[in-house]
Design a protein around this ligand. Structure first.
Ligand code: NDP
Length: 436
């Protein structure tokens, strides 16, 4: 812990898993004697590189890029790429560590990794983003490949950026292969990948509700974020009869107590894609814009944090409880602080951690990899059914392991369940390999 005191998010993620998995050691003594968890806490390797690119004024810009290859115990390294000015090696280590267990939970053969850069896409022109993506892949291509490491998108990296990076990889290697997922449909991409994380999150939530013989019909939902995950989570809530009343972004919160209709959600998608302000919504549709505020201050049944890590503080968690929220499912990675998790769980809120609830995106990425391998593409409907099945299975694994190893008081312990189920699968592979 002392060695990584400068990487607090990484320590937070490791502690959460460490706290919950010790109980499986009694059933699996080799996990302890072979130091499986200790081995999993150190990435296999971290690749760090300089990215030079030229802005529209002809000036040379310099950024740092990383790829943290955490574990390929059960399949090629797999995980997103994040472009955001706050990105550090520590951020990517926390995300890569989480990804190991998330990918195992999908039941698909994928290891864990994460990458990114401190490049800020905000305010950059289309040409600058293209130049940066090319430059980033010019370095990264040496360390990725369809059977080695398969990156995807994350914050600041959507379909457009993946396409640019794929183009550079293809150009340098002369291989058209599934080296990145989230590519455009028609040139290697899979249908439903864009929707998968948000849709999958709501499928997971639907399974949580079923345990209590409830449905989303008529329930009020708070969503944070206004990006890829938030948009499609809101859309699927609407399909299942829920009423979403908030979105948010780094500037503040948008509230529409009448609920976001399909037309309004489409407006959010288009407006954000053009880099415009969420606050503009009010002049178009009404509602209220709360500058600098978070969306946890309204009466609701469900909260879906879909923006970024540690966005829900202890105080926010108290606000959620006070406003009647009974279900919290994480669309973002680690959006609740450790203290916030304690608060919601102590108050009997059903809490689903991101590594289980937001695994739909990487699951469809796994399906994109297999479609690329056989060069045959599936229909939206077939993939949607597969996604629903995968989310149901993840829910079941987390539920079963939660009942067996988790706390028995209050709501189901999905946190312990997800950690144990994901860890056990990877740990079994590491035991079989000896100490490599
Ligand atoms: P996007 O870049 O599409 O959207 C991110 C949203 O979160 C934006 O609305 C952004 O606001 C907001 N946001 C980002 N950083 C902050 C911050 N520091 N404070 C407040 N708001 C912030 O990203 P995604 O939707 O893809 O990702 C959101 C979360 O979901 C991340 O935690 C990501 O790791 C996780 N995730 C994503 C998956 C995917 O398939 N995309 C898969 C699994 C998890 P603004 O618009 O102002 O920048």
């Amino acid at each position: 812990e002392q060695n990584y005191a400068h990487q607090p998010e990484f320590i937070q993620a490791v502690k959460e898993v460490a706290m919950t998995i010790e109980k499986v050691y009694a059933d699996n003594p080799k996990f302890e004697t072979l130091q499986v968890f200790e081995r999993l806490c150190e990435p296999d390797r971290i690749i760090s590189f300089r990215v030079n690119w030229e802005n529209d004024k002809g000036e040379i810009q310099v950024n740092r890029g990383w790829r943290v290859q955490f574990s390929n115990a059960i399949g090629p390294y797999k995980g997103g790429i994040r472009f955001h000015p706050t990105v550090t090696e520590g951020t990517l280590k926390f995300l890569g560590f989480e990804q190991i267990f998330k990918n195992a939970l999908t039941g698909l053969p994928m290891g864990g990794a994460k990458g990114g850069s401190d490049f800020d896409p905000k305010g950059k022109s289309e040409a600058e983003i293209r130049r940066f993506c090319y430059a980033f892949m010019r370095e990264l291509h040496k360390n990725v490949g369809k059977d080695m490491d398969v990156p995807a998108g994350d914050i600041g990296v959507g379909g457009r950026e993946v396409n640019y990076m794929f183009a550079m990889y293809k150009n340098l290697t002369r291989e058209f292969e599934g080296v990145l997922t989230g590519k455009g449909v028609g040139h290697g991409g899979s249908l439903i990948r864009t929707e998968a994380t948000g849709y999958g999150l709501v499928y997971f939530l639907d399974n949580m509700l079923k345990v209590n013989n409830e449905t989303l019909e008529g329930k009020t939902v708070l969503v944070s974020g206004a990006g890829n995950v938030a948009q499609y989570a809101a859309e699927k809530c609407l399909h299942l009869g829920g009423k979403v009343i908030t979105f948010s972004d780094s500037k503040g919160t948008l509230v529409d107590k009448d609920g976001f209709t399909a037309e309004k959600i489409d407006w959010v998608k288009n407006h954000k894609a053009n880099g415009k302000a969420l606050a503009d919504y009010v002049s178009e549709f009404g509602g209220e814009w709360l500058e600098g505020q978070k969306p946890w201050q309204f009466d609701a049944d469900v909260a879906l944090p879909c923006a970024t890590q540690n966005e829900v503080s202890e105080d926010d968690a108290h606000a959620l409880v006070k406003h009647g929220v009974k279900y919290v499912a994480e669309g973002a990675n680690m959006p609740l602080t450790a203290e916030a998790i304690d608060v919601v769980r102590e108050h009997g809120v059903a809490y689903a951690p991101g590594k289980a609830a937001n695994a739909g995106g990487v699951a469809v990425s796994g399906l994109e990899m297999s479609q690329n391998s056989v060069r045959k593409y599936k229909s939206f409907e077939d993939l949607d059914l597969e996604l629903q099945k995968i989310m149901k299975n993840i829910h079941e694994s987390a539920l079963e392991a939660g009942k067996k190893y988790g706390t028995t008081e209050g709501a189901i312990d999905y946190m312990t369940g997800a950690n144990v189920a994901g860890f056990t699968q990877v740990a079994n592979a590491l035991v079989a390999y000896g100490y490599l």
